[in-house]
Design a protein around this ligand. Structure first.
Ligand code: HEM
Length: 489
C-alpha cells in the first residue's frame, strides 16, 4: 500500500500506506507526558491547549517544508516538540502522534473519536463495497465475515501453496545468481497473493502480472482523477478493471472445477452480512480482493528485509539454521512445525518491527478529544505513527532475541539488555482495533515459510548488508538491496 510513492501522491491519501514523517532518533530521550483518556473523562476540553508545533503559512501550511526536508521533517519536530505535535500539511491541519499509548488509544477508538481517511478516488480504484470504505457497524459485520476467509485456520490450509511458491522463487533466484532483492521480493509477494488469495499458480508470470496491475492501479492515487483516454487516471482504472476481470474469471473457474484452497474460494462460501442467507455478491468479493491486494503491497518490501538480514554470515541466519537443524531439518511445513520454531518466529517479528513498511496510519477526528494532555480538534487529521512504538528501543539494530525474553534460553539472555520490552503488544505492524490488517495471519505465515525455505536450502550475500532505507515518501531501500551470489547450499 503506497501513500506517496512519489511526491505527486499528495493529491490523494490511501490509508494503510508506506509513509511516515520519520520517527527515527526521536523517542528515546523524550519526556513521556502520559495520555489520559478523552471525552468520557472529566477533562474540560476547552481548557486544553493544542499540541506544540506550527501551522506554517496560510493555505500551504508546512507542506513545502515536508517536501523539501523529507525524512528530517518529522525528526526535527520530534526533537523540538516531543511525542505529539501539530502541523498543517497536504491541505489539512494535522496532529502527529508518536506516543505508544496514544497510538493505541486512537486506533481502538475508530468510529467514535476518529475514522480512517480515504480519498474520494478510493471508490473508483478499490471499490465502494471494500472494507476500506465501509463504516461503523457495516464495516464490523463485513470484517467479521471476511475474517473467516483469512483466518489462522484458513491460512493453515494454504501452507502447501506458500511452500511451493517459496521454493519456486528460491530456485529462480539460484538460477539468477544476482538480482535486486527489492524487485524480486515484490514478485514473490504477488505470486504468493495469486496462489493463496486467488488460487492461481504461484509463479513468476503471475507475480509479474499482478505487480504491474497493482503499480498501475496505485498510480491512480497519485494523479488527478481525469478520465480522458490514455490519461494516467484512466490507465489506473483500466488496471483495476483488469484485476476485477481476473477475479471474475477465477470465480467462474472455481465454480466449474474441482476446488483447491484459496481465500477467494473461502469467500464464495460466505454469507452477505447485510442480507441473511444470500452469498456475498461479485462486487463485494472483487472490491474486497482488490482491498486485500492493496494490503499485499506491503508484503514484498517486508520480505526484502529477510534477504537483507539473513544474508551469509549474519548471526540471525546461524541461529535460524541451528533451530531448523534441531527441530525441523526437513519435511513439509505445517502450523505445528512453525510452532516449534520460536527463534524463527522471532526473526519474522523483528523483520516486521525494523523499518516498518507501514509506519503511520491516517485518521480524522470525529469530535474534539484529549490526547497526551492536549486537545485534538474535530475535523483535524490525526497521523498515528505506529512504527515509532518499537523503534524507540534500539531502533536500528536487528535483534530477534528481543522477542524471546522470558522464554528461558541462555543464548538469548543478551536480549534482556536491549532495553526493549519485547512484548508483542508493543508492536503494531498490522494496526489495532476495528481496522486491523485482514491479511496478518496470511502474511506472517508466508514470511515464516519463506525464511525456512531460504535458510534450509540456500545461501546468499548482500552487496551492502548495511544498506539504509529511506522512509519518506515511500519506505524502500536506497539502492534496491542487491543480492550477489545466491546459490543452493
Ligand atoms: C507485511 C505486510 C502487511 C502489513 C505490514 C500490513 C499492515 C496493515 C495495517 C497497518 C493495516 C491497518 C490500516 C489502518 O488501520 O488504517 C492494514 C489493513 C488492511 N490490510 Fe494489511 N498489511 C500487510 C499485508 C496484508 C495482506 C497480505 C493483506 C491481504 C491479503 C492485507 C489486507 C488488509 C486489508 C483488507 C486491510 C483493511 C482492513 C480494514 O479496513 O478493516 N494486508 N494492513
Amino acid at each position: 500500500m503506497t501513500f506517496t510513492r512519489e511526491v505527486g501522491t499528495l493529491l490523494h491519501r490511501p490509508a494503510y500506506v508506506h509513509v511516515t514523517l520519520s520517527s527515527r532518533k526521536i523517542l528515546a530521550s523524550r519526556k513521556h507526558r502520559g495520555c489520559r483518556s478523552s471525552t468520557n473523562s472529566q477533562v474540560d476540553l476547552c481548557n486544553l491547549e493544542l499540541p506544540a508545533g506550527s501551522l506554517g503559512l496560510p493555505l500551504i501550511g508546512e507542506t513545502l517544508n515536508l517536501l523539501l526536508k523529507g525524512d528530517s521533517f518529522g525528526a526535527d519536530r520530534n526533537a523540538r516538540y516531543g511525542a505529539i505535535w501539530k502541523t498543517n500539511i497536504l491541505g489539512s491541519p494535522t496532529i502527529m502522534v508518536f506516543d505508544e499509548a496514544a497510538c493505541r488509544k486512537v486506533l481502538k477508538e475508530e468510529g467514535r473519536l476518529v475514522e480512517v481517511i480515504w480519498p474520494d478516488v478510493t471508490a473508483d480504484l478499490v471499490g465502494p463495497a471494500s472494507l476500506n470504505l465501509l463504516k461503523g457497524e457495516e464495516h464490523l459485520r463485513m470484517k467479521r465475515v471476511l475474517g473467516e476467509a483469512f483466518s489462522e485456520q484458513a491460512v493453515a490450509a494454504l501452507m502447501p501453496e506458500l511452500e511451493a511458491c517459496a521454493h519456486s522463487f528460491c530456485q529462480r533466484w539460484a538460477q539468477l545468481g544476482s538480482f535486486s532483492g527489492y524487485e524480486e521480493s515484490k514478485y514473490w509477494a504477488w505470486a504468493m497473493f495469486g496462489a493463496t488469495v486467488l488460487g492461481m499458480p504461484g509463479q513468476l508470470s503471475m507475480g509479474r502480472k499482478l505487480a504491474r496491475l497493482n503499480d498501475e492501479l496505485q498510480s491512480g492515487f497519485q494523479t488527478l482523477p481525469v478520465k480522458l483516454p490514455a490519461s494516467p487516471y484512466s490507465r489506473a482504472l483500466a488496471a483495476r478493471q483488469a484485476m476485477a476481470d481476473l477475479i471474475n474469471q477465477q470465480i467462474d473457474a472455481l465454480q466449474s472445477q474441482e476446488r483447491g484452497h484459496s481465500c477467494l474460494e473461502n469467500m464464495l462460501a460466505l454469507e452477505d452480512p447485510s442480507s441473511s442467507g444470500s452469498p456475498l455478491n461479485r462486487h463485494q468479493i472483487s472490491d474486497n480482493i482488490i482491498a486485500a491486494a492493496f494490503g499485499n503491497a506491503s508484503a514484498g518490501p517486508t520480505a526484502a528485509k529477510i534477504l537483507q538480514y539473513l544474508g551469509a554470515g549474519s548471526r540471525a541466519r546461524g541461529l535460524v539454521s541451528a533451530e531448523l537443524a534441531a527441530h525441523a531439518p526437513h519435511g513439509p511445513l505445517t502450523p505445528a512445525v512453525l510452532d516449534r520454531l520460536p527463534y524463527t518466529n522471532a526473526v519474522v517479528q523483528e523483520i516486521l518491527r525494523i523499518t516498518p513498511i507501514v509506519p503511520a496510519l491516517f485518521r480524522r477526528a470525529l469530535q474534539d478529544f484529549e490526547l497526551c494532555g492536549c486537545r485534538v480538534p474535530k475535523g483535524w487529521s490525526v497521523y498515528v505513527h505506529t512504527g515509532a512504538s518499537t523503534q524507540q528501543y534500539n531502533q536500528d539494530s536487528f535483534q530477534p532475541e528481543r522477542w524471546l525474553q522470558g522464554q528461558g534460553s541462555d543464548s538469548f539472555q543478551e536480549a534482556a539488555s536491549s532495553g526493549c520490552p519485547a512484548a508483542t503488544e508493543y508492536m503494531l505492524p498490522f494496526g489495532l482495533g476495528p481496522r486491523m490488517c485482514l491479511g496478518r495471519h496470511l502474511v506472517k505465515a508466508a514470511l515464516t515459510v519463506l525464511v525456512i525455505v531460504l535458510v534450509r536450502g540456500y545461501s546468499w550475500q548482500m552487496e551492502d548488508p548495511e544498506e539504509q532505507w529511506s522512509v519518506f515518501p515511500t519506505v524502500q531501500p536506497k539502492q534496491g538491496l542487491e543480492v550477489t551470489s545466491f546459490r543452493k547450499q
